[in-house]
Design a protein around this ligand. Structure first.
Ligand SMILES: *Cc1c(COP(=O)(O)O)cnc(C)c1O
Length: 226
């Protein structure tokens, strides 16, 4: 299948999932995850009208950013070592993996005065040991503490669901993230509007859309692998 065919079928399925639960299709943004593909394929992805580009490693991302940055909105979605923060500052508009105060501190320190980084706080909803993220119990206190970093804006929450053969099994994880998002939203914290939900990947994005995802992160099913 070509990328256009994959995109068409994904689009139809997203529209269908939105209809099913009464959501507006425009409230769901696709982050095209280009980590498995070349600069050339990333360029094709942009040519297909996808503007949100997701990368999970600084090394792979910088080459693509250098070649194509004036065309996309760049999302850093992988875990980020503190010493690599300086490589992505000024390039990526969104950070999906904020999971510790030391990372927030470094991001804030590296930003230009007045500049902000839109961040998703990564939550380990499933409790799997292999997954990054703070626990649901720590979330409120963590988000409150982020207010000391003026450059950090908490736009929403992010999670990675466990991989299940049956995507339906991920539903409780996504539902829980939505509830956590709603709880933070009602706090009305100035630095944490927390309106967005980054959840859903190739295997489970339709369940995520049904549960309220506003950013789905699609690699293999959309962009493919090389
Ligand atoms: C790789 C990756 C994705 C996309 O994975 P696919 O299953 O290929 O869609 C999404 N989110 C994160 C954090 C990733 O590292």
């Amino acid at each position: 299948m070509s990328m256009q065919e994959r995109l068409n079928s994904i689009e139809q399925e997203i529209e269908h999932a939105c209809e099913k639960v009464g959501r507006n299709r425009n409230s769901v943004h696709i982050v095209a995850v280009t980590k498995y593909v070349s600069v050339e394929t990333t360029k094709q992805t942009l040519d297909h009208g996808l503007t949100h580009i997701g990368e999970n490693r600084a090394e792979g991302a910088i080459e693509k950013w250098n070649a194509l940055h004036d065309r996309g909105i760049w999302h850093f979605i992988g875990s980020l070592q503190t010493r690599k923060v300086k490589q992505i500052i000024g390039k990526f508009a969104y950070l999906h993996s904020l999971d510790r105060l030391s990372l927030a501190e470094e991001v804030d320190k590296r930003l230009e005065p007045g500049e902000i980084m839109k961040c998703f706080v990564q939550v380990n909803v499933s409790g799997e040991e292999s997954k990054a993220g703070i626990t649901p119990e720590e979330l409120h206190s963590f988000i409150r503490q982020l207010s000391q970093y003026k450059g950090i804006q908490v736009v929403g929450l992010m999670t990675m669901a466990p991989f299940y053969e049956a995507p339906e099994s991920t539903r409780p994880v996504f539902k829980k993230l939505r509830e956590l998002r709603d709880e933070v939203q009602v706090l009305q914290l100035e630095h944490a509007p927390c309106t967005e939900l980054s959840m859903g990947m190739s295997n489970d994005y339709l369940v995520a859309v049904e549960e309220g995802a506003t950013f789905i992160r699609l690699g293999s099913a959309l962009v493919g692998r090389e």
